[in-house]
Design a protein around this ligand. Sequence first.
Ligand code: FES
Length: 122
Amino acid sequence: MYTEKVMDHFSNPRNVGEIENPDGVGEVGNASCGDIMKIFLKVENNIIQDVKFKTFGCGAAIATSSMVTELAIGKTLEEALELTNAAVAEALDGLPPAKMHCSNLAADALHEAIKNYKESGQ
Ligand code: FES
């Protein structure tokens, strides 16, 4: 039911944890299941240097969190804002239709963290 990439990112998620003194933090919840994702950012010269996440959620939510961190690191803030939830699911070679809603968290949490960074006026 899940692609190899989903299983890989679920069993061995990248960039799990927190960043101390982050430049931005984004948290979103999935209204349909109650799962929560939190993303921490380190930004320097408009480039995302580091991203970490904590996700209280299903396997698909963990895999999409892990993938979004990999996609975001090294991108400019503008490029990262263009990352969509669909692009994250696509990078995982897709999610089962019943789990597509789980991908709603990933890019949204990243975008929230960027918004938080911008609003903090750094
Ligand atoms: Fe909640 Fe997947 S079931 S994010």
